[in-house]
Design a protein around this ligand. Structure first.
Ligand SMILES: [Zn+2]
Length: 299
């Protein structure tokens, strides 16, 4: 079965039927960017395109839609952090067979995670209090990427990061709805525009989760196939918002293409280090990201 179908059906069932007069978010509009659109909830099923990337126009229309703007408190995020090692241990034990098959030692992994039970090298900040907030603020505000109420978890421990958050230096979570970043990258004096653009990417994710609200978990479950993931509305929105931010700073298409290439190289590894299947996925993802670059630069 196509993974998106059941999901789309259940979401369609959950919303009021769309009025015939209502404009599709996938169609072009001449309306200005600034004003959020109402009646958004009857439109959200349009963003469940798991097989097709969204155009930049559709991304712009999405950003104008109204969202609940509901984010967790600092206490809720602290409670989440307390549970991270425990949850990771449970997950490893649950997937014991898979872990062993891929050459992992379950006891070793559990011990490694266990070392972080009392982890405290983190800060929970209002997004406005990030060191380089002023560099992204006006872009986010101009594009209705509402950051009010967003709290960011700043991690100051590379080992912890590697264990729980992997190869990219930033993450967005939907349960709880938050952004998690590495302090050593994002709170440094010399942070690059390209690194900072990941915050724009993650804020766009939060907007999408906020928009889907309680349906987010179901949506994410439908994006798990790697070839689909990069084309989802979720990633179409995040990557194109990120690329548009870099374009707004005057970055050329060539420099953004190079940045995208470096990101793919880092997350997959070099061609000689990965097998044929992985190489194929890597190439497809890169091709998709280059389409996003084209969308943003030629719209
Ligand atoms: Zn993303």
């Amino acid at each position: 079965m196509h993974m998106g179908e059941g999901l789309e059906e259940s979401l369609v069932g959950a919303v009021a039927p769309a009025s015939t007069e209502e404009e599709s978010p996938l169609e072009e509009s001449k309306a200005p960017m600034a004003k959020p659109e109402s009646k958004s909830m009857s439109n959200w099923k349009k963003f469940l395109l798991l097989d097709e990337p969204l155009t930049f126009r559709a991304v712009q229309r999405f950003l104008r839609l109204e969202r609940p703007n509901k984010f967790p408190t600092e206490e809720e995020l602290a409670a989440y952090l307390r549970n991270v090692p425990e949850e990771a241990i449970k997950e490893t034990v649950k997937r014991e067979d898979e872990v062993k098959k891929s050459g992992g030692d379950v006891d070793e992994i559990v011990e490694e995670y266990g070392r972080f039970q009392e982890f405290s090298d983190f800060e929970i900040k209002r997004i406005e209090d990030l060191k380089h907030w002023n560099k992204i603020r006006s872009y986010l505000e101009a594009h209705n990427l509402k950051p009010e109420g967003v709290r960011v978890i700043v991690i100051d421990n590379d080992e912890y990061w590697k264990n729980f958050y992997g190869s990219n230096d930033s993450k967005s979570g939907f349960e709880p709805k938050t952004i998690i970043i590495r302090k050593g990258v994002f709170e440094e004096d010399g942070v690059s525009d390209e690194d900072l653009s990941w915050i724009v990417h993650e804020v766009a994710h939060l907007s999408f989760y906020d928009f889907l609200d309680e349906k987010t978990a179901e949506y994410i479950a439908g994006t798990q196939e790697p070839q689909k993931y990069i084309k989802t509305a979720m990633e179409s929105i995040a990557f194109q918002a990120q690329i548009a931010y870099l374009k707004s700073l005057g970055k050329t298409k060539e420099s953004v293409s190079a940045f995208v290439g470096t990101y793919i190289e880092k997350s997959f590894g070099r061609d000689e280090e990965i097998d044929d299947d992985q190489r194929e996925v890597k190439q497809k993802e890169l091709a998709q990201l280059m389409k996003y670059v084209d969308n943003v630069y030629y719209q």
